[in-house]
Design a protein around this ligand. Sequence first.
Ligand SMILES: Nc1ncnc2c1ncn2[C@@H]1O[C@H](COP(=O)(O)OP(=O)(O)OP(=O)(O)O)[C@@H](O)[C@H]1O
Ligand SMILES: [Mg+2]
Length: 261
Amino acid sequence: MQLTDFFIFSSLMSSINQLLLEAKSVTKYFGTITALENVNLKIHAGECLGVVGDNGAGKSTLMKVLSGLYKPSAGSLFFDGKEEILESPKDSQNLGLEMVYQDLALAGNLPIGENIFLGREPTKNIGLLKFLDYKKIKELTDAHLGKLKINVKSADQKVEELSGGQRQAVAIARSTAFNAKVVIMDEPTAALAIKEVGKVLDLINSLKKTGVGVIVISHRMDDIFAVCDRVMALFQGTNFAESELSKTSRDEVIGWIMGKK
Ligand SMILES: Nc1ncnc2c1ncn2[C@@H]1O[C@H](COP(=O)(O)OP(=O)(O)OP(=O)(O)O)[C@@H](O)[C@H]1O
Ligand SMILES: [Mg+2]
């Protein structure tokens, strides 16, 4: 290996291990309910973290705190090592975090391209007036879908005409269209047929290869064991257990979900 290769290799390795986001001691109360208590989470570049836990364990609440939708009652968030206080999801988006919600939040009556750019569309000025630049939207969408190897007939197709798996792919494409560093997916395969699950998991693997840190909430052990590098279990709003994937088993993780170690 030449010296230059070594430097390229070592800088790639350090960026792969880079800590992108850390939550420290996050607590969240809803009135008298304690949804999260002193929860910690870390996500690194190129890594997929699986988050598991029973219904009501606090998974979605934790993700909503990370994305700025909820303000933590206590605790702190660090993006690229710097403490940040988020006022809204816009703030976390500006810091490179995107969230794919369980209901996908897509507009069925709009074409794929406009869904990907929803609220962040490229515009052009004609005289004093500002218009959406549909040509640019289509070009950028085609390029982005191609990069992610997502097959749809055309970027102009309406989302309501797509299959469940294609819709999930569009929601993931939207989350990665703005150079996200961290993408959170809440139950990305829950509503999909087996054939479509495989495509979404392939998409997660290709995101990891580009250095994105992916957090996946899932109840399906097949998903967790197909794409994650690390898995953490929440139980009644607390960190219950965590492991590198290679050092645990499905049975052990299922036990953690039920509060058994
Ligand atoms: N907006 C809210 N107002 C009041 N309580 C809430 C709110 N959101 C969540 N909770 C409560 O916080 C706890 C954690 O809920 P959360 O939705 O985070 O669970 P979860 O792990 O995502 O569960 P599931 O697997 O069912 O999606 C639950 O007791 C829930 O009832
Ligand atoms: Mg949830």
